[in-house]
Design a binder for this molecule. Sequence first.
Ligand code: GLU
Length: 605
Amino acid sequence: MRPRHHRALALLAATALASTVLTAPAYAGSPSPPPSAPPKQPTAVGYGGAVATVDADATAAGLEVLRKGGNAVDAAIAAAATLGVTEPFSAGIGGGGFFVYYSARDRRVYTIDGRETAPMTMTETAFVDPATGLPFAFPEARVSGISAGVPGTLATWEKALRSWGTTDLADALRPAAKVADKGFLVDNTFRTQISDNAAAFGQFSSTAELYLPGGQPPAAGSVFRNPDLADTYRLIARHGTGVFYRGAVARDIVDTVQHPPVADVPVGTWAYPIRPGTMALSDLAAYRVRTPEPTRIRYRGYEVYGMPTPSSGGQAVGEALNILEQTDLSALSHTEALHHYLESSALAFADRNRYVGDQTPRALLDELLSDGFAKERACQINPAQALVKPVAPGQPDGTYTGCGTVAPGAAVLEGQSTTNLTVADRWGNVVEYTLTIEQTGGNGMVVPGRGFLLNNEMTDFNFTPTQGTAPDPNLPAPGKRPRSSMAPTIVLKDGKPFLAVGTPGGSTIITTVLQILVNRLDLGMTLPEAVAAARATQRNSASVLAEAEFAPDIPGLTALGHVFGPSPEIGAATGIEFLGHGRLLAAAEPVRRGGGAAGVVWPTP
Ligand code: GLU
């Protein structure tokens, strides 16, 4: 705890309480005129490049780069940096993510793994309370210094721009710094994300100062500015990422983790102790992105590329598609097709939970994505009766002669936040990028004076072993990356981009991407229809969780033995479909999370 923050908060609280206008902008007095909201539509068709994100400002920033002649990578980083301003509770330079890129010149798909790493001091029992021997309650683990991993987002942006961009990081950060300075209009989603996290945010002077001015979330319709983040972006633009990984910002990150900026006078109450973490300057200095080969499977004549470990996205989406490919879904009734979708997802999740973690050997990952293994797993599906969940993992041992046996297993579920963007340019390059700080609001701590939240990605590790007597691939360890579900996916047909799609939503990311692909490739929906369609998620647990709009499909599936439970909205996807001859269809979520924004450079009817 540092006195300067206590004093700052006390001063702020006093000033704010004296104010009668609780809805005033977070930072009043800017000389620039208030911003107007950029146009926002969920679908766009046309030429010359396209952007789809969950946010109108971010889509506008990406489109502007494309209009000025930048490529998909330039636009994607500009959009992502803007999301760090306007979607700060889902993404930002305090977090990590996975970047999938189709290069038109090479006709190849590349990836960047910008996942956060565990500090070298992290042990397997990091999330076990030494006093009780029991795992921490999730909120206690999340709102702590322990949960923060070494951020990978900025290193991802730098790597992507250096490898494939035409601009540099300074150019890519400029539009976002402008939005942070000038401000943007608060919408209901932004406000609700703060009010849902007010108890956590209110514990930290830096976070309360920024997001709870006067002790309240800013009002919908007010202008929100984040000059600290604008300054941080400009500092990075001037000095490069070294200032973040080895310089002044690194010192502030470590200080925040080791000495959480707990407020003297918190806003609201928090039921748990706030534990410091052990991340050190050496951990930040040692951070490197990885560039693994993407996962690749063939599905009904398409090539589906995804993210390998530490994400389970490529494995689980790919394995489920491989299982589904054993059945001609278009010949089935809608209910029967959904039955296969749910069963293949449960089987793929069982294998994910048992085998997939940061250190999974590539050969095992490839085995999980083999057709032989998929046949064995598909054979376990009974078209007339749902399997009892959770199902046990299969045996990806290279010997696939029969059906194998399917026995009860263990379920592992996770929460949701994150953001996703899709960009294509006039040259045919494509970016699918999912980035996150884990929970909405990350670990709740804004780095004082820097304007960004830290992630709580380390809580994506399992706190205790989940696989019985078998080893758990996702326990914490020094320098390890926690397993993710992020599934940025690029689909090629005849070697050319056909579709790119991704979504937020924790472990529902996998089922949402899978469901969108099945809806689009098998069930005759357009991409916007597939993105909008009601969702149901089966992650190898007793109940399928379904959105309210899924209700009409429930009776038929219940008759087959599926058990349903309610779910709030699942995901907020974005995607682009390549319609041929350079024509693009960009689709963002129309309703969930307040709806996203799709745009193209040259719209056509
Ligand atoms: N931390 C999650 C993951 O990597 C993503 C966060 C979310 O969408 O909830 O899978």
